[in-house]
Design a protein around this ligand. Structure first.
Ligand code: SAH
Length: 252
């Protein structure tokens, strides 16, 4: 991979992105449509880092600006998500190998979840083996205390973090009930977790033919305590996760 490429790094939480912005050498700020884009370098790699805001439209608009205005070559989204299956715990990491819009339904005009014109249900994403292994190593039980404070490792039970490559579902909905989860499990059985931006980023990148990575840390179980559960995780741990994920990506 050429060293001159520009990475667009997005997050759906100011807490996360602030940690990444603090890594930027010689930061330059530019405001467009209410977002602040910060350019500079991290580990001698060119980056543009931005808080996208929540939801599909916000994510799509921010992705388009990164590509059209800042000419980024690759996009990385880091954020939190709700687990749909019981084998994923708070603190586990899902690297998307595909993304789907779980709230897209134009039946009877088209099959449920299929994006019109593009005619795709899943946006497949290439997960580089070397980057995946860097993440596995960064979050390995022997290394986790180098990135997360020992106290939070205990509070959130982060001793054995799983890093998995699975499908992510996106929609303009905060999923917080067993009924909503059941609907997802039945109709999109390959989906591991749910969030509000990933597939929008993946669709824009697909249309521009730009590679993208969507990395999600499980903050809640998308059940009736999700709204309470995700906040402390977002506040105390997500920033360290995001910094570790971006650092792993941009390491040599
Ligand atoms: N922090 C905001 C709300 C964020 S909405 C506030 O307090 O007002 C939740 C964010 O976390 C979204 O960006 C979404 O991508 C992700 N997320 C985490 N858990 C989720 C869940 N159970 N359902 C949907 N999105 C979830």
């Amino acid at each position: 991979m050429s060293e001159n490429i520009i990475y667009g790094i997005m997050s759906a939480m100011p807490e996360e992105i602030d940690g990444v912005i603090s890594l930027i050498h010689n930061p330059q700020h530019k405001s467009i449509a209410g977002r602040t884009y910060t350019s500079g370098t991290i580990n001698h790699k060119n980056v543009v880092v931005v808080f996208s805001r929540w939801g599909k439209v916000a994510a799509a608009s921010t992705t388009t600006t990164l590509i059209d205005y800042f000419k980024v070559d690759k996009i990385v989204f880091t954020g939190i998500a709700g687990a749909i299956h019981d084998d994923l715990n708070v603190g586990d990491i899902v690297v998307a190998d595909s993304c789907v819009f779980h709230d897209l339904d134009i039946r009877p005009l088209n099959e449920r979840f299929v994006v019109p014109i593009i005619n795709k249900k899943f946006f497949e994403l290439n997960v580089s083996e070397s980057w995946y292994l860097k993440l596995v190593n960064t979050f390995h039980a022997n290394n986790i205390n180098q990135i997360i404070d020992e106290n939070w490792i205990t509070v959130f039970n982060l001793r054995t973090v799983q890093v998995v490559r699975r499908s992510i579902a996106t929609g303009d909905q905060f999923v917080n009930s067993e009924k909503m989860k059941d609907d997802l499990r039945i109709n999109l059985p390959v989906v591991a977790c749910v969030e509000m931006e990933g597939a929008a980023v993946a669709q824009i990148c697909f249309e521009y033919n730009i590679p993208c990575s969507i990395v999600r840390t499980i903050s809640d179980s998308a059940n009736n305590t999700a709204a309470m559960d995700f906040m402390p995780f977002a506040k105390y741990v997500a920033s360290s996760y995001s910094v570790a994920i971006v650092t792993a990506l941009l390491s040599d």
